[in-house]
Design a protein around this ligand. Structure first.
Ligand code: G3I
Length: 345
């Protein structure tokens, strides 16, 4: 009996053979679980409704979703006081049925505001005092509706300009810079458990924008404002260098106690597509995930659409496109395979 026990003890003490480590992930959902991160995509609501292959891929691959447009102000309150929740509700419902967490996007932005609001402010029929009440009601109504169902909200989106000044918007002009702290406080009151984010682009590399955002977050924290996270949109292009300092920037914000997320990653290219460009693109996606995984506070890696069939890029950048992980037919591109190869945590 004794030799048997000794033999057993020896076997148990031996290092596990190399092949016993986690096997390579088969898809992004498995990668997300292995690496302890949420992997998400923006969702095109029309495609979610009408395209079975899109729906199947989204639900199979991703553990997190963001509404590309369905939760923006013009979508949820196209006429004053008349809310249209059908699209946003459908997205949240689909997410919960498929074990996906949700990022709410976005409560305060200068774009995609309903005409009744921008026109009312422009012609003076909405006074600054009234505007503050309108913003408070909008935030409170939307956050309350999804209380407990949204993991993280992009509370303020793109509030800093490229030169590091605060963005000129109806909010800054009519309410002053205090609207930012107010927005976080109102959102927190409506759902005390949601993570509340500031979200922006070009804070991966643009020094003036990074510095202002950093001071803003620091000041908000010092004032006791409930801000919990910084979202790096990550709209990249292979014709520009990869933002090599990105992980350090993430770490700086993490040092302020912030959770970090990559919220809108895509990597566009000047068309036509070539194998070389796809390889470069794959490297950018791989580096972005590696950077996120190298920072403990980075909890979410979200792409701004997963297929070139539905991407905002060709409509906005003339002659550019092919920015996503899958092509128009939902076939994986080298970038998709590159992500599956990332091992960091
Ligand atoms: O809703 C109208 C529809 O009624 C009309 O028929 C159609 C005709 O073009 O336009 C529709 O509106 C479009 C809307 O997307 C919804 O599809 C707008 O023209 C179009 O400009 C708008 O673009 C969105 C863009 O934000 C607007 O700023 C993109 O889809 C969306 O991907 C993009 O997302 C932003 C993030 O929210 C914030 N960060 C940057 C990111 C990329 O710009």
């Amino acid at each position: 009996m004794k030799p048997l026990i000794i033999a057993l003890a020896l076997v148990l003490a031996l290092p596990a053979p190399a092949s016993a480590g986690p096997r390579p992930p088969r898809d992004l959902r498995e990668l997300a679980h292995q690496q302890g991160i949420k992997i998400g995509s923006a969702v095109n609501i029309a495609a979610l409704r009408d395209e079975a292959d899109y729906r199947k891929m989204l639900n199979h691959q991703f553990t997190h979703v963001t509404a590309e447009n369905a939760m923006k102000w013009e979508s949820v309150e196209p006429e004053r006081g008349r809310y249209t929740w059908a699209d946003a509700d459908a997205l949240v419902h689909n997410a919960h049925r498929n074990r996906q967490r949700v990022r709410g996007h976005t409560l305060v932005w200068h774009n995609q505001l309903p005409a009744w609001l921008t026109e009312g402010v422009a012609d003076g029929s909405i006074t600054p005092r009234e505007l503050k009440g309108i913003l408070r009601d909008h935030i409170t109504t939307q956050v309350r509706r999804y209380k407990g169902k949204i993991r993280a909200w992009d509370v303020v989106n793109e509030v800093v300009e490229e030169d590091g000044s605060l963005r000129q918007s109806i909010w800054l002009t009519h309410l002053g810079p205090g609207y930012i702290a107010d927005a976080f406080r109102w959102a927190h009151r409506a759902d005390p458990h949601a993570k509340l984010y500031i979200n922006d682009y070009n804070i991966e590399w643009n020094a003036p924008k990074i510095e202002t955002t950093f001071s803003l977050v620091k000041d908000l924290k010092a004032q006791g404002v409930p801000i919990h996270g910084v979202g790096f949109q990550g709209h990249l292009g292979i014709q520009y260098d990869y933002p090599a300092d990105w992980a350090n920037v993430m770490r700086r914000f993490a040092g302020l106690g912030m959770e970090i997320a990559i919220t809108e990653l895509d990597v566009r290219m000047v068309l036509p597509v070539t194998p070389e460009k796809l390889a470069t693109q794959a490297g950018y996606y791989r580096r972005a995930l590696t950077d996120c995984l190298s920072v403990k506070a980075c909890k979410e890696f979200t792409v701004w659409g997963f297929t070139d069939r539905h991407s905002w890029v060709p409509g906005w950048f003339d002659g550019e496109g092919a920015a996503c992980l899958l092509d128009e037919n939902l076939a994986p591109k080298p970038a998709y395979r590159a992500l599956l190869g990332v091992r960091a945590r």
